[in-house]
Design a binder for this molecule. Structure first.
Ligand code: ATP
Ligand code: MG
Length: 393
């Protein structure tokens, strides 16, 4: 029976001090994931690997579901732990496990052995040879292939014996928390949840901000964004979502600025507010779901005009993705169905029929001067009155 999981990671360039940071973070993230599962588990870091051992009854599928969403994991190997290390016993347990995992289909294999117990009754090459012979004798569907085996049979002799033959692909990436913290501008659309997921995959801790405009946008629209944050948090870990009431600012822009510049001016104030909140919450950068050329507010000129108000770096992980490629990821991570629910977005409500597609920064700044009287105070209010919701799956 599988009582343990060997977790392998693969990232080049994690050396020295960084390696410990990476491994400790991965151990912590794995432990957090397993807390959501029934049962108790011991998670240990050892020789460039993480071992998970079940200390009680547990649900295999549930554990796999959690571990395959834990960034930093390259492979997960379900392990059979064998207390009685006599070689004959190990061979019996090994073949029983292989029959369960592989069944009766023909397969090729190679045995790999490691031993930290140097007193053991056989050397590593002897373990490989003798276990290989035992498998051939007891499994008529088995054939040796030392160059390209379909099944790698691993036997490790420690204080107990560890046996594993299966390797399940993990999600890759880096453990969340190893690459700093970013403020994600999270709307109810398809793109920004994907952008947040992609940054989290590189180890970035996500904080999020959503601009809503009640009563023009509904409670349902806001709930949809909370739901999206929750789905992303299944991968990214806990997310603090800052909900900013944007109605007054939006109305003020609408009343004072040319309507064809409305979207771009609004986007600039969103970025400003996001950057302010980022500064207050130890974020070092901003993240958006912008993709070049997708809509008028995402032409190269519009992106330049939006970017111009920020001093923090703005990361746009889907900038060069086609819509369909973004949708494919949204479907894979489970945000798509929620994203396409038809609730109004604050950007679309006052949108002009023919928005500028090549905004000129100087012209935009000139229009913004018409907001000079009240805008600073309005920004302060919006920031200080924000609602903060902590979401976790
Ligand atoms: P998305 O699918 O992410 O909503 P979109 O294609 O609808 O993207 P826009 O509405 O132009 O694009 O928004 C571009 C980006 O600006 C979004 O990806 C998001 O990062 C940010 N954004 C837009 N509206 C909001 C909002 N109401 N609250 C927070 N961020 C927003
Ligand atoms: Mg949108």
């Amino acid at each position: 029976m599988v009582q343990a999981f060997l977790i392998k990671y693969s990232e080049i360039g994690i050396k020295g001090k960084n390696r410990y940071m990476f491994e400790d973070a991965l151990r912590d993230r794995v432990a957090e994931k397993l807390k959501k599962c029934e049962g108790t588990f011991a998670v240990q870091r050892e020789n460039g690997r993480i071992y998970v051992e079940a200390k009680s009854e547990y649900d295999y599928e549930e554990v796999m579901e959690q571990l395959t969403k834990c960034f930093g994991i390259a492979h997960i190997c379900p392990v059979v732990l064998i207390e009685d290390k006599s070689f004959a016993h190990i061979c019996r347990e090994l073949v029983a496990h292989m029959e369960e995992e592989i069944g009766s289909r023909p397969f090729t294999f190679k045995v790999f052995a490691k031993r930290s117990d140097k007193q053991y009754e056989r050397t590593s090459p002897e373990i490989c040879q003798d276990a290989g012979a035992y498998i051939l004798e007891h499994m008529p569907n088995a054939k040796v292939d030392v160059h390209h085996p379909e099944v790698s049979v691993n036997i490790e002799i420690r204080h107990r014996a560890y046996v594993y033959v299966t390797s399940i692909k993990g999600p890759g990436g880096m453990p969340v928390g190893t690459s700093g913290r970013s403020m994600l501008l999270l709307s109810g659309g398809i793109d920004s949840p994907v952008a947040g997921y992609m940054m989290a995959k590189r180890g970035v801790r996500i904080e999020a901000v959503y601009f809503h405009a009640p009563p023009y946008t509904s409670e349902r629209a806001k709930q949809k964004v909370i739901d999206l944050a929750e789905i992303v948090s299944d991968y990214a870990g806990e997310i603090r979502l800052h909900i900013v009431n944007f109605t007054d600012i939006q109305m003020y822009i609408y009343e004072n600025c040319p309507h064809d510049e409305l979207t771009i001016i609004m986007r600039r104030y969103m970025m400003k507010i996001a950057e302010r909140i980022a500064g207050e919450t130890e974020c070092m950068s901003l993240v958006t779901g912008e993709s070049v050329g997708q809509v008028a507010s995402q032409t190269m000129q519009s992106l330049v005009a939006t970017n111009a108000v920020c001093t923090m770096p703005v990361f746009r992980p889907v900038i060069a993705f086609d819509k369909q490629d973004i949708i494919d990821i949204a479907e894979k991570i489970g945000t798509f169905e929620t994203s396409i629910q038809p609730y109004e977005d604050c950007c679309t409500i006052f949108v002009a029929k023919h928005p500028v597609t090549r905004p000129d920064c100087a012209a935009i700044e000139k229009s913004e001067q018409r907001l000079a009287e009240k805008i600073d105070e309005m920004l302060e209010c919006a920031i200080s009155d924000r609602e903060i919701v902590t979401v976790r799956k």
